[in-house]
Design a protein around this ligand. Sequence first.
Ligand code: UDX
Length: 479
Amino acid sequence: MSIAMESQANPHVLLFPAPAQGHINPMLKLAELLSLAAVPVTFLTTEHSHRQLTLHSDVLLRFSRFPTFQFQTIADGLPDSHPRTFTQHLPEMLSSFKSIVKPLFRDMLASSHFTPNLTCLILDGFFSFLVDINDDFVKVPIFCFRSLSACSSWSVLSIPYLIQHGQLPIKGEEDMDRIIDKIPGMENLLRCRDLPGFCRAADPNNDPVLQFVVNQSIRSTKFDALILNSFEDLEGPILSKFRTLYSTIYPIGPLHALLKAKLANEETESSNSMREVDQSCLPWLDNQPPGSVIYVSFGSITVMGDHELMEFWHGLIDSGRNFLWVVRPDLVRGKNGDVEIPAELEEGTRQRGYMVGWAPQEKVLSHEAVGGFLTHSGWNSSLESIVAGKPMICWSNAFDQQVNSRFVSNVWKLGLDMKDLCDRETVAKMVNELMVYRKEEFMRSAAEMANLARRSVSPGGSSHLNLDRLIQDIRISRQ
Ligand code: UDX
């Protein structure tokens, strides 16, 4: 189970993300930032995640430059062959986490070898069930790390109130455009279709996924502090709401940009990929005119049906724009990587398209050939697009994504929200609206937000200062 038990004799901070790319990625960035500040870190992941990470990224080499950093792993109780996709297998994964991971984690925290030298625990908000706040073996401060946006996290906390006031359940498709006016700080902004994906449950009081996510969120408000991958200029009003729940919050995002700013004089480029990255799209992008390519990617866990795949495909070809599309082997339900180019789309795909199984996304988004991003609105992808100054078309799918896409279109004005539509006409129309007809308007607002993001991670910027404060507080917590 342990990879480097001996160095736990030193005081250290323990970071434990949920086992998914979108959670591990930002928490590893935080681990790297803490290590750069000489804070000793133990990074705990499931054995399966650790295997994927070390197979497809340079993390072992990269972190080997920090003598006080160590990886440690824990079993997740699932068979090796299990697909471990949150979107499709959440209930069984949660059950395994509760019955296997929780007792193992408790044993680890309680072990005399581990605990005396632990200075604080930084735990994924999604995993708050792993500790009970009154457990006396957790003798150190617990910081909750939320890898989601503040706006989506805040809307999740409002769900019990919405149920109590009869705003949930949603009563079918005809109810989807009803305005939700009961979320403080988001009055009259969200429609039912913009609420987190699991709010579509027919019986919210008895839906296991909804109840789990809401309970985790509420439980994590009892932790000592909150770390958010966000920044004041983006989510200031919602961050203020969180200050009413936590005595201390640290908005330190966008974490990938903060890390880049700190590494400015080093050659190290961090990749935390858990899949094999196909770099061949970079030379392809080099040969495309500036701003001509729409980058299409739906993150690491979104799945779609055959019909949706075809509608996107036709829409992209019909738009007449160049496209770079990440078609993961597990993107299309039941296909297992077996996606063939239909005869009628062959010519258009060859002329204007490039498809990969997994892209070096941060590099792709910062490439000058890319003029827009058709995304599922996962929080990491949204932040990466914001930093790169690229406007978005949002096809949100689950969890927090529906809230993020509403904020992208209606609050930050950084793009268009496709929401529950998925037909070729809409895809083609929105691609052209983003890349041609309203290009200047969107590029301007994206550039402004990118500047604010960069400012927040520069010396003197809010996220930069918040990280300094976090490091200082971690150091004090061990005295
Ligand atoms: C999950 C949830 O689905 C998302 O809603 C939540 O906000 C975070 O956790 P995921 O769906 O994987 O995450 O999306 P996202 O948050 O965007 O993270 C995907 C990460 O994978 C990004 O950092 C992105 O750069 C990376 N990626 C994606 C690649 O490196 N290459 C790719 O081809 C696609």
